[in-house]
Write a protein that binds this ligand. Structure first.
Ligand code: ADP
Ligand code: ADP
Length: 211
């Protein structure tokens, strides 16, 4: 059987990265994430694309969306090379959802539903291990190893001010995407307010039932 094509939707901080890592390991698919891809290419020169700013960094540091042209190309390339994937961070607006429909078919569309108050708390407390890419939280999921704790980093856009803007951008641009898949009848809503292990149980079961 071909490896599954999985889309994971949710607000910034909903737990998409955390659950995508579980999915990639359990189902042997590639984790395709536009956030990580863009962070790795933050200083890329996009001035020839007739965009407002010359690099992705200038959009990301303000919590704004990087132009579709840039992101669509990244996703198209990554999906064409993946044998099964969990796609995280895309589509973030209806135009990107249309593009995605042209590129690939989806076996399951998951939506992690998390309350807004909790999102702010999760994002401002998020920390990353630069060596492994593992995701931690100062309160909910601190590392046990003091050496790991010592090297943890905070993302530049996980400050309270940028988080507020990212959530506004999410409501305006990405909530319609969630509604779009809901209207199509393919959206699998997961209670993302639960503890990570409980969310994972629901995610795993939903994927197993869908593919
Ligand atoms: P989050 O943890 O908030 O879900 P991501 O790591 O997915 O954040 O994204 C970080 C930033 O990268 C976004 O605020 C945005 O600037 C940019 N970005 C990521 N994915 C996209 C996308 N599909 N379209 C436009 N910009 C994107
Ligand atoms: P996203 O990729 O959707 O932005 P992350 O997976 O990076 O979200 O999670 C955001 C923060 O919340 C991280 O610090 C992570 O450790 C924490 N987190 C993820 N899932 C949960 C959960 N179910 N309960 C509590 N904290 C969580």
């Amino acid at each position: 059987m071909a490896q599954p094509h999985i889309l994971i939707l949710g607000a910034p901080g909903a737990g998409k990265g955390t659950q995508s890592a579980n999915i990639a390991e359990e189902f042997g698919v590639e984790h395709v994430t536009t956030g990580d891809a863009l962070r790795a290419n933050k200083e890329m020169d996009i001035s020839d694309m007739d965009t407002e700013y010359d690099t992705p960094a200038e959009y990301m540091d303000q919590g704004e969306l990087v132009p579709d042209e840039v992101v669509n190309a990244i996703v198209d390339e990554a999906l064409s090379q993946a044998n099964g994937y969990v796609l995280d961070g895309y589509p973030r607006n209806l135009e990107q959802a249309e593009e995605l429909a042209e590129m690939t078919d989806l076996d399951v569309v998951l939506y992690l539903d998390v309350s807004e108050e909790e999102l702010v708390h999760r994002l401002t407390g998020r920390r990353l291990d630069p060596e492994t890419g593992d995701i931690y939280h100062v309160e909910y999921n601190p590392p046990e190893d003091p050496e790991v704790e010592g090297r943890l980093e905070q993302r530049e856009d996980d400050t309270e001010e940028t988080v507020t803007e990212r959530l506004r951008v999410y409501r305006e641009n990405t909530e319609p995407v969630v509604e779009h898949y809901d209207d199509e009848g393919v959206l699998e809503r997961i209670d993302g307010d639960q503890a990570p292990e409980e969310v994972w149980e629901d995610v795993k079961e939903t994927i197993e039932d869908s593919v």
